[in-house]
Design a protein around this ligand. Structure first.
Ligand SMILES: [Zn+2]
Length: 333
């Protein structure tokens, strides 16, 4: 007899990635459990080919995102997202621990990524979860520079001098559209929401050698040069208000099924591995939401990331309705 599956808060097995710049904070701050060294990224929700995260709890254990979409279609993705992306899961969600800086990099737009790599482009968004004293992010340029000057700085390894450096602390949020040159600095732990894409053009890598390969990592300046946005902005930081109280209230109030899915189009549930409280967070689960909001879409049509907000749900802390159970009425269809 066919089982009557219902959707419930899904836990996914993260995929841990060695990175030349990775540290230990995924363990020490987020309670992740793995043995390897220099793990810089934990891919929490991923539909990237060959790196698909799988469900690890309940009757849907073992399912990948694409299998969930095929099975539940609009009920899994919500109307807006399903209409726009069909059987593709549009987001990739990671935690990133930079013990040393990441390369200075840039990502291509959807259009260029499609032409060159048959892939999505990669808008991304950062939410700083913890930062050491004086830790910083690099985002955009500080002043307008001619291409020739830019090339000179590249050739002389002085590109850092013309980049905008920003000291950060927990809660700071940055939206990084494609074309904006950026890098995560040493001592920053952040959550990253981005498009499902693996296309990065590395511009500068501090001349460092990867201990695993004994070689410097490849740079992609030929590809990068015509995707870089040289425009200057007064501020590169994104205004962000924690909306958890309001959202929690909304969740408690009774909603019809349609209302539920209109407003909860795309959800990513991120737990630590035992469903326990990640250190430094007062929630027993950490939920990050990519939320395609109607009003945002109208304001900023065409811009992928402006269409959703990055939300943090610390206030669900002791809410029993989030326990890992299929009988969780809040999540039944
Ligand atoms: Zn990036």
């Amino acid at each position: 007899m066919e089982r009557n599956y219902s959707l419930y808060p899904l836990k996914f097995q993260p995929i841990y990635k060695y990175r030349i710049w990775g540290g230990e904070k995924l363990k020490t701050q987020l309670n992740k459990k793995y043995d390897a060294q220099n793990i810089g990224e934990s891919w929490e929700i991923s539909d990237v080919k060959n790196d698909e995260t799988k469900v690890i709890n309940g009757t849907l254990r073992g399912y990948t995102l694409i299998e969930l979409i095929e099975k539940f279609k609009v009920n899994f993705l919500g109307k807006t997202v399903y209409k726009k992306f069909g059987n593709q899961f549009p987001l990739l969600i990671k935690f990133i621990d930079a013990k040393t800086p990441l390369s200075i990099q840039v990502h291509p737009s959807d259009k260029i990524a499609k032409e060159r790599h048959n892939s999505f482009g990669k808008n991304e968004m950062w939410y700083v979860m913890q930062a050491d004293e004086n830790a910083e992010l690099i985002v955009g340029f500080d002043k307008k520079i001619p291409t020739e000057d830019y090339n000179n700085h590249l050739a002389n390894n002085t590109i850092l001098e013309i980049m905008h450096h920003e000291k950060v602390s927990e809660g700071d949020t940055f939206y990084i559209p494609t074309g904006r040159v950026h890098a995560i600095g040493a001592g920053v732990l952040l959550a990253e929401i981005q498009q499902t894409s693996n296309i990065t053009y590395r511009i500068y890598d501090y001349d460092r050698v990867d201990v695993k390969t004994g070689e410097k990592r490849e740079l992609h300046n030929d590809l990068a040069i015509d995707v870089i946005d040289f425009q200057i902005k007064d501020s590169y930081k994104t205004k962000y208000t924690k909306e958890c109280e309001r959202r929690e209230e909304q969740n408690r109030t009774k909603r019809s099924k349609d209302e539920y899915w209109d407003n909860f189009d795309l959800e990513a549930f991120i737990y630590d591995e035992e469903g326990l409280q990640p250190k430094n967070y007062d929630s027993f689960i950490q939920i990050l939401r990519g939320d395609f909001l109607q009003e945002q879409q109208e304001e900023n049509s065409g811009d992928f990331h402006e269409q959703y907000r990055f939300q943090e749900y610390k206030c669900f802390s002791k809410n029993k309705s989030y326990e890992d159970t299929e009988e969780n009425s809040l999540y039944q269809l």
